[in-house]
Design a protein around this ligand. Sequence first.
Ligand code: ATP
Length: 890
Amino acid sequence: MSEENKKQLEIPFYTEEVENVLKKVETSTEGLSTSEVNQRLESYGYNQLNEGKKKSWLSKFADQFKDFMIIVLIAAALVSFMMGDKVEAIMIIVVVMIMAVFGVIQEAKAEEAIEALKDMSTPNANVRRDGTTKVIKSNELVPGDIVLLEAGDVIPADMRLIEAASLKIEEAALTGESVPVEKNITVLDKVDIGIGDRLNMGYMNSNVTYGRGVGVIVGTGMNTEVGKIANMLAQADETNTPLKENLNKLGKTLSIVILGICVIMFGIGMWRGGHTWIEMLLTSVSLAVAAIPEGLPAIVTIILALGTQKMAKRNALVRKLPAVETLGSTDIICSDKTGTLTLNQMTVEEVFSNNETIEVDQELPLDNQTLKIMTYCNDTKISDDQTLIGDPTETALVKFGMKRGFKVAEALAKEPRVAEIPFDSDRKLMTTVHKLENGKFLIAVKGAPDELLKRCSFFDVNGDIKPMNKEQQELILSNNTNMAKQALRVLAMAYQISETIPESLESDAVERELIFSGLIGMIDPERKEAAEAVKVAKEAGIRPVMITGDHRDTAEAIAVRLGIISVGQHEAVITGGELNEMSDEELASSIEQYSVYARVSPEHKVRIVKAWQKDGKVVAMTGDGVNDAPALKTADIGIGMGITGTEVSKGASDMVLADDNFSTIIIAVEEGRKVFSNIQKTVQYLLAANLGEVLTLFIATMIGWDTLLPVHLLWINVVTDTFPAIALGLEPVEAGIMKLKPRGRNSDLFSGGVLPSIIYQGILEAGITLGVYLLAISYPVHTGYEAIHADALTMSYATLGLIQLFHAFNVKSVHESIFKVGLFKNKTFNYAILLSFTLLAVTIVIPGFNDIFKVAHLDLHQWAVVFGASIAIIPIVEIVKIFQRKAINK
Ligand code: ATP
């Protein structure tokens, strides 16, 4: 950190007047100019926390030799070198080096993918630069930038607040206090106070939970309070997915078993005689090195990461790697309605004002009070070219007013907003206070009719204000129901006139004894792909559940249109009010009944997720608001909204939809299922191969056969464990994958028939290899012990290598015929097999190499036997698959 930067952090900006702060960081409320920003970027650097030092290639390479078995192998090779067999010893070392290089490349690829994932999730910030407001990546912020804050934003850097309107910030990350703090811009007089008490400051990584504000950046990157403690914070290791942990565990168990086998094999070999101890040691250790699937976790990371790249192309941005595997097992998708299942393109269709229903094409007088409230109590910004910026629910109202000739901007200039209580999804209300020309104040309230009606004591018909009565209430409610049943989102408008500006801006004090003015109903069409996606989800055994803040009837009408529930299935709909009456246990026991949740608040979402999880289900949940963060975190898959989502909600998500579209979730689930099944294929392939190797060598040693030399084992390991294994991870999606039921919370890599397949296929690989050896010594082509055994050794080496390459085709599907799956669809796989085949073949057919690898030159007959025997694994496995399919369909 430069001296200048250090000094910056040390200034207690909270004790300074706003003007002084602006002066000290050399900026103004209009923001910095682009050229100034560029200069500052150069001197302060990007607004990001330093990550730990990256490992050099050399140290990554050195890490490959930390494995105990590799050390033993190298030591044994060195001893062997000194004792005489120089060529083999050198070859072993060379192969180990090649393995290490591959290991480094694999890990680097995996790391690269994780980095790309991080880049994708850099949050945005709203900043004022060159006099206009822009959205930029928050890592491009510099000291002096003016940042606009609203509920749901993550504070992007340390800032001194210069405006605060009901601004509340939750600073748990820094102070441990999870209750949001109400902020202001008052200068503090004490320097020596804790972060939690610095009420005019906003600190990086804390969350804006309510209200609005503006701040000037005073510290970025490592110069922030978070930066100060960044080194102490244990960085969450996002690369460790449950799957990888399982694999690590599996790797450990396998290591122990394989080491045990190797020790026994060494003992038997020594007891039988015929080999020196160093030969036996080399063989045993090579087997251990070849058979322990040490590269599997890196391969899995690569496959998962490739999956995320595919998903990103289709608008599903995965933020946390484990999400890919969890997505594939999703049982329940809880989705918000507005914007995800629908377009969030609102258009006013109907107005109920002065006790009359007015259709869109009918006239509405400009002095209509409902019209005034809907445009006043509204955060829509009208730009100079008359475009409307804001929440679609609100812009629809302004658009409606403007279309009818109501001059919204002019009216608001005369009767400006002087106070407000912002909208929130819990209250489902919003209030603004306007100073009228006669000096009085208009309290304009809009919100969910059922909520607002509770707070209305009067009603207004053409200026005639009467106390609210039952009859009027029923009239309002029946109009509300009528609109809602046509799938319209209904908002109610009410007001009050006050002599003074309300002292306290608490909901209970202001939003009471209101005068009801009218209702408006607006349509939000369903996304056209949504109904199809719901259908696909249902076929895949996934239950789509709709969650909405809207009215029960609106929710039900839309759910029917989307196919989430059928006509008249009222019992599948439940409201937030009804949920409040239920205990968690009651909800958990009846959760299967409900597919539509209406009038819910964000906290209900957590209960819904937990209830489904209690039922053993894997739950995905969408969310966009700041209050959705807990539900997004609780869900197995939290899904954020790329367009409308707040930064806080995106930060809490495992995946973000770039297009906010429900159907993208289904695409991601399909991709998740595919990735998981491809990882299963890789595991099946590698473990069957390793079992084949262990069994071949173990049985051969017991009998006293020399089927494979240590270097053969190691080479087969290099050739087959890398390219085909990764290429299997790129297999295209198997047809019908979305017709299967979700695999269930407790399934693992070995479920769905994978384990028995590994076992019998490993035995098969060993059986065929040993069979070829037996054939070679029983019907020799050459004469003489040496020649016969050299032939047999070469043939068993070639067979074990080839059989694994042919078997790679088999594992393209656990149960399906590979001729149905498509033999050559996956081009990378084809190239991988070709490359592996070449690498294997050169060691046998190229004269120089076959000396080093100590293999004999095979004649055509012998090659025919090797090929015939290896390729036989395809028809044999095909036949077993027929029986397996029959057993499954029974
Ligand atoms: P969904 O939950 O389907 O995504 P939503 O997130 O838009 O819908 P909320 O924003 O929580 O739901 O809205 C809930 C209810 O609050 C709406 O049905 C409406 O009656 C009311 N409402 C929505 N937006 C506003 C607003 N800007 N001002 C006042 N009331 C609103």
